[in-house]
Design a protein around this ligand. Structure first.
Ligand SMILES: [Ca+2]
Ligand SMILES: [Ca+2]
Ligand SMILES: [Ca+2]
Length: 357
């Protein structure tokens, strides 16, 4: 595995873009999401929004005002020793403010690196509290730009690429292992109101044979969802006449509609809608997102099936509530044993098998 994950809020569309007041990092009740939010002592807004995304249907939207904490954070996996990250962002106003940072996992997280936009739209790259470089951009408001970051803890590498520019070397200051990827302004570090939009986040590490260096120009399309049942239907639906109808909604409805199993070995597979990307699009990975909870010690085995071949992937843990969606990164097609093609992806059934712990 080299693709650690990608996110743009497409899978569950949670947390919803809304005002919240919480001075501590917290999840939003009944909104399963890997993202936590923080707003300090003021009403402010952040979350998954659908207005004018860079690509697909959703993006992250954070409204920040003078001296206000407005931020979102998530972790993708255990701390990578070396990582390459890409995202796109835009601001509706050129004001001095934080955009992005990587932090440690401590109770009071420490910043490893930070991207700050100044009032002229220039990009300031910090390693911890040290300003490493001010990159003059000429950027204006309301335009999408890509930022790519390369961080390596063992030799304190920090490199940044803006759009398709040169590699900006910001190395030499201690690079702390990061655990949280943070969007927005978690440290009251702005003096004016601005809307920040972030989309198409990709995180690579350097293991494996693919997706182990600079991301290219990632685009995360609208999530494709279950649209039909197959011959494999061991799991029981809570209501209705189709299993897939129970698990296809855009924002998970938790205990309202679902499929369930109390028997180890039960498997169900579903057909999915089709991707409709340009024919020259390269599929760097698929993320199977499952919002699930367990009543006992069960696990789930993700199942991939096409043309009479069914592959069972490594069993994954299930929590006792729905709040942390399971993300299964399927970097290559396990049936063709190689890169995904759009034709193969569109013909593939995905499913779940009830496994013992
Ligand atoms: Ca998007
Ligand atoms: Ca449901
Ligand atoms: Ca399909």
């Amino acid at each position: 595995m080299a693709l650690r994950g990608f996110d743009s809020g497409e899978a569950t569309k949670f947390p919803t873009y809304a005002s919240r007041v919480s001075s501590a990092w917290s999840s939003v009740a009944n909104q399963p999401s890997r993202w936590q939010v923080k707003t300090g002592a003021y009403a402010a807004s952040m979350g998954v929004d659908t207005t004018d995304p860079f690509y697909g249907t959703t993006h992250f939207h954070l409204l920040s005002a003078t001296d206000r904490t407005v931020a979102m954070r998530r972790h993708f996996a255990a701390t990578p020793a070396e990582s390459y990250i890409s995202f796109v962002f835009k601001l509706d106003a050129l004001v001095a403010r934080d955009v992005f940072q990587l932090t440690t996992a401590a109770a009071t997280p420490v910043t490893s690196m930070r991207i700050h936009s100044d009032a002229s739209g220039n990009i300031l790259v910090y390693a911890a509290t040290t300003l490493k470089k001010t990159i003059v951009t000429g950027w204006g408001a309301n335009t999408w730009h890509q930022i790519r970051i390369h961080q390596k803890t063992s030799d304190n590498t920090l490199e940044v690429i803006l759009d398709n520019g040169a590699i900006e070397d910001c190395s030499g200051t201690a690079m702390l292992p990061w655990y949280f990827l943070v969007l927005g302004n978690p440290n009251n570090n702005t003096t004016a109101t601005s809307h920040l939009y972030i989309d198409a986040i990709q995180v690579n590490d350097t293991t494996g044979s693919v997706n182990n260096s600079w991301p290219d120009s990632p685009r995360i399309p609208t999530a494709i969802r279950p649209d039909g049942d197959t011959a494999s239907t061991d799991w029981a639906r809570s209501s209705g006449s189709n299993d897939s109808d129970m698990i296809k909604e855009e924002q998970p409805d938790l205990d309202t509609t679902y499929v369930s199993s109390s028997n180890i070995g039960d498997a169900s597979r579903y057909t999915f809608g089709n991707l409709a990307e340009p024919s020259n699009a390269v599929i760097i990975g698929v993320c199977l997102t499952i919002v699930a909870k367990r009543a006992d010690a069960a696990k789930i085995i993700p199942v991939v099936s096409r043309g009479g071949t069914t592959v069972e992937l490594t069993a994954v843990d299930v929590e006792t509530d729905y709040m942390s969606p399971i993300e299964v990164i399927i970097e290559q097609d396990p049936i063709a044993v190689g890169a995904w093609t759009q034709t193969n992806l569109n013909a593939t059934e995905f499913g779940i098998k009830h496994a013992s712990p």
